[in-house]
Design a binder for this molecule. Structure first.
Ligand SMILES: [Ca+2]
Length: 311
């Protein structure tokens, strides 16, 4: 069916709470530098201090950005600045990424004529699993000598509107993992039944967003979107006479590996938030062969990850 609002809910926060995800930053690159050259491997040079070392390479002397808070999937983030005398290249990477980017400066600076300016356009991955992304910038001279490391922090914005109840499942491989949430009355919300109150929502009818609903079937049948997250959400609808708050009772949360899509394993973590407060977490791993062991049509719709109560 048509999902008019998928973009709104495509991803979830793991909230503003401080505990980190069990499986760390997202797969592949958290940050893409448009027009930059992707180089395999991380920068292992910790940088140096030009105040104490004459052997230190050029510094990144200025870092500016057009926004400090970013949504996953945002491709409009611009970082500009200058690199010091002798600088010929800029190395850029997000903390936790396995590779890095090389960008070239674009012009001489009119104020500091011995410095070069740079302007890089960044795209933030849908798969980012952390609340903060630390972008590292390091200049190099023509011999490859590296200068000190500069860091720009970006706060990741939550992707789901205020929810009365949010159950979010995130994972670290481009596999078709499915979230299934069993309500106290036994109803299961997931890819096969995306709404808790209606069996087959009509296309274009937004009433399917009342009750609990699945926002998106990520990597559905190996059509890879790399979002690697699914949410079952009861939106906050204060004052709305049609509001259907999450029913009281015990909920069960399952993860089902519908198809590994080439991945040998997938690690995942689920979190339940009631009115913004984390009430339960669960994490596990499934292997390629589990896709055959856990049929989606079975009574238990996958691996039981966690249970929680709604009062
Ligand atoms: Ca899926």
């Amino acid at each position: 069916m048509t999902r008019m609002v998928i973009a709104l809910f495509a991803l979830a926060l793991l909230g503003c709470e401080s505990s980190s995800s069990l499986f760390g930053p997202g797969l592949d690159q958290q940050v893409l530098v448009r027009g930059g050259q992707l180089v395999q491997g991380v920068i292992v040079d910790p940088g140096c201090d030009p105040a104490t070392s004459s052997e230190c390479g050029p510094a990144v002397t200025s870092v500016s950005r057009n926004q400090a808070s970013v949504k996953r999937g945002d491709g409009t983030v611009i970082v500009t600045g200058r690199i010091g005398p002798g600088g010929t290249a800029l190395h850029v990477w997000a903390e936790g990424d396995r590779n890095h980017w090389v960008a070239l400066p674009s012009a001489f600076d009119v104020i500091q004529p011995d410095e070069l300016t740079y302007s890089i356009e960044l795209e933030f991955s849908f798969a980012i699993q952390t609340d903060v992304v630390r972008l590292h910038l390091q200049a190099a001279d023509k011999s490859g000598k590296l200068g000190p490391v500069s860091v720009a922090e970006f706060t990741m914005l939550p992707d789901v509107p205020p929810a009365a109840l949010l159950v979010s499942l995130g994972w670290n491989a481009t596999a078709d993992l499915d979230l299934h949430v069993q309500l106290p009355d036994g109803t299961i919300v997931g890819a096969k039944n995306i709404n808790s109150t209606m069996p087959s929502p009509n296309p274009g009818d937004l009433s399917w967003m009342y009750g609990g609903f699945l926002d998106h079937d990520s990597n559905q049948e190996c059509q890879i979107d790399a979002i690697n997250r699914e949410n079952v959400v009861w939106l906050k609808r204060e004052g709305d006479p049609m509001a259907m708050p999450p029913p009281s009772g015990r909920y069960k949360v399952y993860a089902n590996l519908f198809a590994p899509c080439g991945a040998s394993s997938v690690t995942f973590e689920a979190v339940a938030q009631l009115n913004g407060e984390v009430i339960e977490r669960g994490a596990s791993i499934l292997y390629e062969f589990d896709a055959r062991r856990l049929p989606a049509d079975s009574a238990a719709p996958g691996l039981l990850l966690m249970e929680f109560e709604v009062p």
